[in-house]
Design a protein around this ligand. Structure first.
Ligand SMILES: NC(=O)c1ccc[n+]([C@@H]2O[C@H](COP(=O)([O-])OP(=O)(O)OC[C@H]3O[C@@H](n4cnc5c(N)ncnc54)[C@H](O)[C@@H]3O)[C@@H](O)[C@H]2O)c1
Length: 248
């Protein structure tokens, strides 16, 4: 169907070197989009970009100056992005009373501030052009507290991403659509530690009605939908993709 067609569109994916970001890049490339992988791990980003006949740029989303500079370079070379996926993220597991402030700041800086920096830097030319779709990768942890692992900073950051998404959607309405995708547990490096701990992993599986983790591509297809004109009246929403976790 033509409304789902994203061929020729320029897609920037932060944290696209691996995991969910890589799957998003793959699915968008299969739809004919031109791919730019923006990651702090440049060698890995270059390897992914090579596989997808795309381009890689070094980007640490916690550095607002670098975000602005890379956005300017990219825009002067290709014009504004059509699709911006703010996906880069990290997790830290520690109880609130014990965690170091450095760990708190590090998680908030990547998972919340990083989304703001890249949304502003790459979003500015999109807003000026009056078109495009921004998709922030949130988490079910932005809505509920998962268990049993403690991760207060991650949960707080993702809740922030949900309201950041809605705020930008309202500010940019009629020009750029801004939505979030909230994945449940997904099989990537981020969940590797938890998947190797039976005391955590058994609880995870018991909490998912579908009884399994998501494949990263199952998150990516939701992103592709929001990126396309099939979602032309959808802005300011958080699309949950969690095998039923939050319905339980
Ligand atoms: N895996 C899950 O179960 C799950 C569930 C819900 C939400 N998410 C979210 O999905 C997104 C991707 O997670 P993933 O599981 O693919 O993680 P991952 O660890 O597999 O990959 C993360 C990618 O982000 C990059 N990255 C990290 N910090 C960065 C920074 N400061 N600047 C630029 N790039 C940076 C890494 O180099 C890596 O390529 C994250 O926002 C995460 O919070 C993941």
């Amino acid at each position: 169907m033509k409304a789902f067609d994203i061929s020729g569109r320029l897609a920037v994916i932060t944290g696209g070197a691996t995991g969910i970001g890589r799957a998003i890049a793959e699915v968008l490339a299969e739809g004919g989009a031109r791919i730019v992988i923006a990651d702090r791990d440049l060698p890995r980003a270059e390897a992914t970009a090579r596989d997808l006949a795309g381009e890689a740029i070094h980007l640490d989303v916690t550095d607002p100056t670098a975000c602005e500079a890379q956005a300017q370079v990219l825009t002067s070379r290709h014009g504004p992005a059509d699709i911006l996926v703010n996906n880069a993220g990290i997790v830290h597991n520690a109880p609130a009373l014990d965690m170091g402030l450095d760990d708190w700041r590090r998680v908030i800086d990547v998972d919340l501030n990083g989304v703001f920096h890249t949304a502003r830097a790459f979003g500015r030319p999109m807003v000026a052009a009056g078109r495009g779709s921004v998709i922030n990768i949130s988490s079910i942890c932005g809505e509920i507290v998962v268990h049993p692992q403690p991760q207060v900073a991650y949960n707080a950051a993702k809740a922030g991403v949900n309201l950041l998404t809605k705020s930008l959607a309202v500010e940019w309405a009629g020009r750029v659509r801004v939505n979030a995708v909230a994945p449940g547990y997904t099989a990537t490096e981020l969940t590797l530690a938890g998947r190797s701990r039976p005391d955590w992993f058994d609880r995870w599986l018991q909490s998912i009605p579908m009884g399994r983790l998501a494949d990263p591509r199952e998150i990516a297809t939701a992103v592709a939908f929001l990126a396309s004109d099939a979602a032309s009246y959808i802005t300011g929403t958080v699309l949950t993709v969690d095998g039923g976790y939050t319905a339980f």
